[in-house]
Design a protein around this ligand. Structure first.
Ligand SMILES: NC(=O)c1ccc[n+]([C@@H]2O[C@H](COP(=O)([O-])OP(=O)(O)OC[C@H]3O[C@@H](n4cnc5c(N)ncnc54)[C@H](OP(=O)(O)O)[C@@H]3O)[C@@H](O)[C@H]2O)c1
Length: 239
């Protein structure tokens, strides 16, 4: 496991299924973790769920309310992280969500764009400020295998997730000489209670396990992954 001792990591989407596992993995690797959340009750549940990993004298888990799609709100959250730990090294962009709708449903496409693109780009613009100041940063975003091909009723989701891939490449090109790497991962179905309920006949063991996605996220945001930027890495479990 990569060493994140003294690293300060922002994880968005921390209240979700993958988020809990990723936060726990960073804490186990020694990181200080900051989670901007939109729902205070879910933030408390996160703290309770991973508390044993964070409770080592000085708390290494900061949970605060923030609007991921709002730059002022994210600037204030980043400021709080810097006041608390004095540094910000990593942004793991996990927030997002699946949704269906026909390709001519503009309202649905706009909503999925906000949910999957704004929640990735805005936190990054806020986190880039301290990363550029210290000439060190790691950004990883969770796109999806669905980014690679549109299908019936997937326009909004596929557009949003493929936009994350192209944005990743563009930002990587702009930061490659600034000590900052920017990558994305493309999971197929992740083992998740909602997927289990929606696909009762499927074998969830074949899906990407959250721990497998977390291991890839930690590697791509480690110091050792300095040579990887602009990449979108598929992770498909055993499907
Ligand atoms: N599950 C899969 O099969 C799968 C496959 C490929 C890619 N992905 C991607 O993997 C990432 C993590 O998914 P997951 O499986 O952990 O899903 P999840 O359990 O639904 O968690 C999603 C997380 O994103 C947050 N979020 C969603 N929309 C938001 C918004 N507009 N503003 C702020 N926060 C928002 C949620 O916050 P709340 O808790 O407040 O709702 C939650 O923390 C997502 O980007 C998802 O698209 C998932």
């Amino acid at each position: 496991m990569p060493d994140f001792e003294r690293r300060s990591v922002v994880v968005t989407g921390a209240t979700g299924n993958l988020g809990h596992v990723v936060v726990r993995a960073y804490l186990e690797a020694g990181a200080h973790v900051a989670a901007p959340v939109r729902d205070a009750a879910k933030g408390r549940a996160l703290r309770e769920a991973v508390g044993a990993h964070a409770d080592d004298g000085a708390s290494r888990l900061l949970v605060g309310e923030a609007d991921l799609a709002d730059r002022t709100s994210m600037d204030a959250f980043v400021e709080r992280v810097l006041r608390t730990w004095g540094r910000l090294d990593v942004l793991a962009n996990l927030a997002g969500g699946f949704g269906t709708g026909p390709a001519d449903d503009i309202a649905r496409i706009r909503a999925l764009w906000e949910q999957n693109v704004a929640t990735v780009v805005v936190p990054a613009t806020a986190c880039l400020v301290p990363m550029r100041a210290r000439a060190y940063g790691r950004i990883v975003s969770v796109s999806a295998a669905a980014a690679l091909k549109g299908g019936r009723n997937t326009a909004g989701y596929a557009m949003g997730k493929s936009a994350v891939v192209r944005w990743t490449e563009a930002l990587a090109a702009e930061t490659k000489d600034q000590g900052i790497t920017v990558n994305a991962i493309l999971p197929s179905s992740i083992d998740h209670p909602v997927n289990r309920a929606n696909m009762p006949k499927a074998d969830p063991k074949a899906w990407v396990q959250p721990e497998e996605a977390a291991a890839l996220i930690l590697f791509l945001t480690s110091t050792e992954a300095s040579g990887i930027t602009g990449a979108s890495v598929p992770i498909t479990g055993r499907t």
